[in-house]
Write a new protein. Structure first.
Length: 471
């Protein structure tokens, strides 16, 4: 989980260690963690364990407090977190979250990554070409609505399709009624579905960014390490109707800083968690999917470094992709390290056996859930054969490939009713897709050629020159 997912800090006094809310309900597939290690946890903002925190830490976390941090925190559509920090729409986030926009508004003559940027006035702020900011307004449990169309005895594929259709209908109705961005979020592998309503801001402008030499001091070797000695932040401003947004809630700077003994909360948009995956799923990640991604990233890093060594301009335009590849490589290195730890995997197997024993001891639970583990294991075993070619159908880091695939798929998907399309082409998702497709951000042919060539080289080496996908 990167520093980009730790955007807004809220503190409470009189407690000993750090406690973290790393989930605002801003991403699908996160799990609520009520039992955790090292005085640390991750909770949905609408399912916060108030009584447990009160009992353990003596802090009363109220609904107004939770509403405040939810309405002061935002999601960046490039995968990061941020927060409002003023009544004039000022946004605070990490430098590496803001880097996507910073690079897109840079040129060979004005390299704001290398030299930093500061807007002395509102008129000097740089508009990001395709950045979208989402503010979570409301959460509604729609589990019953999502599941109501399921037919008794239907197989898993039919159930999955029925749920996706229901999700698309719910989102479309919500967007039509409110004008907001509406996403149905899948939680607990389909055990619960929440409808999130977001206020969407698409006019976002760069206000300040430090030069990379201090924003990423120490370079790649220091990134993901702690403590870090760098100024990893950037400032943006959200606009609406060409005027700065005036948020009702925002986080205020502390003039004194955090003191020993204070309880700290962090809100944000974290990555997924694999805490409750089955042993079969973890073994599939360890033996099949993660090693392939890890190898692809290692090869791509070498290709991007070689491209950047050509000249200063090549180094500049490859910088964002290189940072992303290096960050992802480190993340997967950590994932694999844990999955290859016999002690950790042994603990996961013990936990699964304990849970299965509990299910087997209850006739009703046994009837409903007894076969789940074996069915999951069989599915992943069956998927192994096609997983590598399937993964390699999507080149890494290619803007043009992403555009081309959307241009190909969109007309075909639009012939279907919204609830029968692929999720990324449902009616409620089209405005954001349109903004992405019509982005004015520069695309560099020389970088695209390098990236696509590396993807195809890797595919050929992995599958062989005679494989149908390679041909």
């Amino acid at each position: 989980m990167s520093a980009s997912q730790q955007a807004g800090a809220i503190k409470a006094r009189k407690v000993v260690k750090m406690l973290m809310i790393k989930r605002l309900g801003l991403l699908a597939y996160a799990l609520t963690a009520l039992v955790c290690w090292a005085d640390e946890g991750m909770w949905l903002v609408n399912q916060f364990p108030k009584q447990a925190v009160q009992k353990r830490y003596g802090v009363n976390v109220t609904d107004p407090f939770l509403d405040h941090i939810r309405l002061a925190s935002v999601r960046f559509n490039n995968g990061g977190s941020g927060s409002f920090i003023s009544g004039q729409g000022l946004l605070f986030t990490n430098h590496h979250v803001g880097r996507d926009c910073i690079q897109k508004v840079s040129t060979a003559e004005h390299d704001y990554i290398a030299n930093g940027f500061y807007a002395a006035s509102l008129g000097d702020e740089k508009k990001c070409p395709d950045l979208e900011i989402n503010l979570l307004l409301k959460i509604e449990d729609v589990t019953a609505k999502v599941k109501e169309g399921e037919k008794p005895g239907a197989d898993s594929a039919e159930v999955n399709q029925a749920r996706k259709a229901a999700m698309a209908r719910i989102e479309k109705e919500c967007t039509s009624a409110t004008g907001n961005r509406c996403d149905v979020v899948t939680l607990f592998s389909g055990g619960r579905y929440d409808l999130y309503q977001y206020k969407k801001y698409t006019d976002v402008r760069l206000v300040f960014a430090p030069e990379e030499s201090i924003a990423a001091f120490g370079g790649d070797p220091d990134n993901f390490n702690y403590p870090r000695f760098c100024l990893d932040f950037s400032l943006f401003r959200a606009y609406e109707n060409d005027k700065p947004v005036e948020p009702k809630e925002y986080l205020r700077w502390s003039r004194t800083g955090v003191k020993d003994g204070e309880l700290v909360f962090v809100t944000g948009n974290p990555g997924t968690t694999g805490r409750l995956l089955t042993t079969a799923q973890l073994e599939y990640s360890r033996d099949v999917s993660y090693p392939l991604v890890h190898a692809r990233l290692a090869a791509m890093i070498k290709a991007l470094e070689a491209f950047g060594a050509r000249d200063a301009e090549s180094k500049r335009i490859a910088g964002d992709d290189l940072l992303s590849a290096q960050n992802s490589y480190k993340a997967y290195t950590g994932f694999l390290s844990g999955l290859r730890d016999p002690q950790l995997m042994g603990r996961k197997r013990d936990e699964e056996q304990t849970l299965r024993a509990s299910v087997n001891a209850d006739p009703e639970k046994l009837r409903k859930f007894g076969k789940v583990w074996d069915e999951v294991a069989a599915s992943y075993q069956q998927f192994k054969e096609s997983s590598k070619p399937y993964s390699l159908t999507t080149p890494m880091f290619s803007e043009l490939f992403s555009i081309a695939r959307n241009v190909l798929r969109l007309p075909e998907e639009m012939k279907k009713p919204s609830d029968q399309r692929l999720r990324e082409y449902r009616d409620s998702a089209l405005p954001s897709l349109e903004q992405e497709l019509y982005s004015t951000a520069p695309i560099h042919d020389s970088l695209e050629i390098t990236v696509l060539a590396e993807n195809f080289r890797f595919m050929r080496d992995e599958l062989g020159p005679d494989h149908i996908l390679v041909k």
